[in-house]
Ligand binder design. Structure first.
Ligand SMILES: [Zn+2]
Length: 270
């Protein structure tokens, strides 16, 4: 967010709260806490699914996606990798200003056909969480060869389990198989150490998060709405879903710019 916009919003909120200040000392201390949290990293993790022309909420139109990427490019956002995010959260490694991580869930073929050329145009890369048993199997999902090519161009291909079943509905043995076998497939096929995981349908619990850690992952992404900060659980990281809506750019802009503020004053966490 630009400083002048942030100042305007803070001023507006301040003006709205003046009557409250005089009646409630509690609110004043909460405002002071807000100022402290300004110095925390505020990392935006965007979450997409499909980039195509279908008129469903999971599909962002290619021209809308292009407009959103242009906005990031022209407004001093810096696209980071999951390793950058991990190094910052675990080892305090510095991030560029306005860091954004772009993620896609499920591994649809349109990520390669439609999103990849647009991302390439802006010099961006992204992270795709794939369902490993779907690759080379269903025509509307990526192939392993496409994953290899994306990886060669700086994309991260990470785990979204083997079969995309909600983990909280499975037995421990099944959960283990989803977590371990998807990592194994990715490690072998892409010659990598797969470190990142996204929960299918966003469902998880502390026990599952522990299993993810034990399997050798460094971090896991949920669909909990919000920005990643120092307070985030590294095995349940927040994301901002971007959907196709009646005015996709307007809702993209709102989600990108207003979430941190809403979150700080406790309106939109979860
Ligand atoms: Zn999914």
């Amino acid at each position: 967010m630009s400083h002048s916009l942030l100042k305007k919003i803070l001023l507006l909120i301040f003006l709205c709260l003046i009557p409250v200040f005089f009646s409630s000392p509690h609110i004043i201390s909460k405002t002071a806490a807000m100022a402290d949290s300004e110095f925390q990293p505020n990392i935006i993790v965007l979450n997409y699914h499909k980039i195509d022309n279908k008129n469903i909420s999971l599909s962002v139109l290619p021209q809308d996606f292009d407009k959103q990427m242009a906005y990031l490019k022209n407004n001093d956002y810096h696209v980071i990798t999951p390793d950058d995010l991990y190094e910052n959260l675990e080892h305090n490694k510095e991030l560029p200003a306005n860091p954004v991580l772009i993620t896609f869930d499920d591994g649809y073929k349109d990520n390669y056909v439609n999103a990849y050329p647009i991302l390439k145009k802006y010099g961006f890369s992204a992270t795709i969480f794939v369902i490993t048993s779907f690759l080379d199997k269903y025509p509307n999902y990526l192939t392993w060869d496409q994953c290899k090519e994306l990886k060669k161009h700086g994309f991260y291909i990470e785990s979204h389990t083997v079969t995309h079943r909600s983990l909280t509905s499975l037995s421990n043995k099944q959960i283990e198989s989803e977590i371990v076998n998807s990592k194994k497939a990715l490690d072998e096929r892409l010659q990598q150490d797969t470190h990142y995981f996204a929960y299918p349908t966003g469902t998880y619990n502390l026990y599952i998060a522990k299993m993810i850690k034990n399997a050798g992952y460094r971090a896991a992404f949920s669909i909990k709405y919000g920005n990643v900060t120092n307070d985030s659980n590294i095995f349940a990281l927040e994301r901002i879903p971007i959907f196709h809506t009646a005015n996709t750019f307007k809702s993209f802009y709102r989600r990108l710019n207003y979430v941190p503020l809403f979150e700080k004053i406790g309106w939109m966490k979860n």
